[in-house]
Design a protein around this ligand. Structure first.
Ligand code: TRP
Length: 341
């Protein structure tokens, strides 16, 4: 059996740990919407609350952040009828398959994960066991749907490779051809949106400077102001995209412009080459306001009725279970678990 024998299905997840930025929009949400609209894959999108609690989350914040993230998905264009949208903890099959994968994955594989090393830091004795095992749960998120494609950022590439290793080892150990070897989908002009104050760092909700990022909750004035003040260098825009090679801040602004306007970088360079920043930045600011303001307005509207968001997530979880439960049941059977009910 090859991947071509599996239903084309996309799975991706985002942690509801608060602080949504332009990086989340261009690096994840916008691509999720594009994949949904392409209509070639069934799309399953998940708010991974069980991943979020691998580091401490205040319960009230977790609840709010989950609803806010759901509103962000919907406001950005994920249609909960066409895609499947839900939060992880409502579908127990993730954690159940996660346990099986805890028994497939090796300690050595997990200890080599760079995110584990970064997040546990010097104090790994005090990190949660969940943080260490996190990639096995992530593999379960994906494989409990037999997902064939996973859109993720660069930083998740290693976890995707581990997902493939887990699928291959399970298939090998049990002598089956059951789990697909999932393909990462890492592309687009702004797969990695950088900080507005330091083009070598990723835009992050945890940067101490609010000027370094565009928050999805920023109003039009804040968006425009932050782009106008974004760090650049003294030179005008070059003639071609290659000319931005050693100019990280400049390149980031061009990448953001291209991603927001859904044009290629080369096409954008054709229009803006030779421009001074004083001319380019207002163009970028206007474009960003035009694209982002409607999303934040719609998020606010949706969040006015949390009951409706909860109903949407409940319905999404039911639909997710229709796919996940039979795959979990088959996994149990392969492993040799007795099922008498
Ligand atoms: N690990 C991802 C992140 O931190 C979130 C995630 C959890 C995920 N499960 C997933 C992403 C499955 C893609 C597929 O960003």
């Amino acid at each position: 059996m090859t991947n071509a024998d599996f239903t084309p299905r996309v799975f991706s997840g985002i942690q509801p740990s608060g602080g949504l930025t332009l990086g989340n929009y261009l690096g994840a949400l916008k691509r999720f919407v594009d994949m949904q609209n392409a209509g070639t894959h069934e799309c399953v999108y998940c708010m991974v609350d069980q991943h979020a609690i691998t580091v401490w989350q205040n319960p009230a914040d977790l609840r709010n952040n989950t609803r806010e993230l759901a509103a962000f998905f919907i406001a950005s264009g994920v249609d909960p009828e066409r895609s499947i949208l839900f939060n992880q903890s409502q579908v127990p099959a993730h954690a159940q398959l996660g346990w099986i994968f805890n028994c497939v994955a090796r300690m050595g594989w997990m200890s080599r994960m760079t995110q584990w090393k970064d997040k546990s830091g010097k104090n790994s004795e005090n990190a949660s066991l969940g943080l260490f095992g996190y990639p096995a749960l992530m593999a379960a998120d994906i494989l409990v749907y037999h997902a064939t494609h996973v859109p993720v950022g660069d930083d998740q590439k290693q976890h995707l490779e581990l997902t493939r290793d887990i699928a291959a080892k399970f298939n090998h150990d049990y002598g089956v051809d059951f789990f697909p070897i999932t393909e990462p989908v890492i592309d687009g002009p702004a797969k990695r949106v950088m900080s507005l104050t330091d083009g070598t760092k990723k835009m992050s909700k945890s940067d101490p400077s609010d000027k370094s990022r565009i928050n999805m909750s920023d109003d039009a004035d804040a968006i425009a102001r932050k782009f106008r003040k974004a760090r650049t260098d003294p030179d005008p825009l070059p003639d071609s995209y290659e000319g931005l090679k050693d100019r990280p801040e400049a390149r980031n602004l061009v990448d953001i412009f291209a991603a927001l306007s859904e044009r290629t970088r080369e096409d954008v360079m054709g229009e803006v080459q030779g421009m001074q920043w004083g001319a380019f930045k207002p163009l970028l600011a206007d474009l960003a306001v035009e694209k982002l303001s409607p999303i934040s307005v719609e998020m606010t509207r949706l969040l006015d009725d949390p009951g409706e968001i909860d109903r949407i997530l409940g319905r999404g979880a039911e639909r997710a279970e229709e796919i996940a439960n039979p795959i979990l049941a088959k996994t149990y059977e392969i492993v040799g678990m007795v099922a008498s009910k």
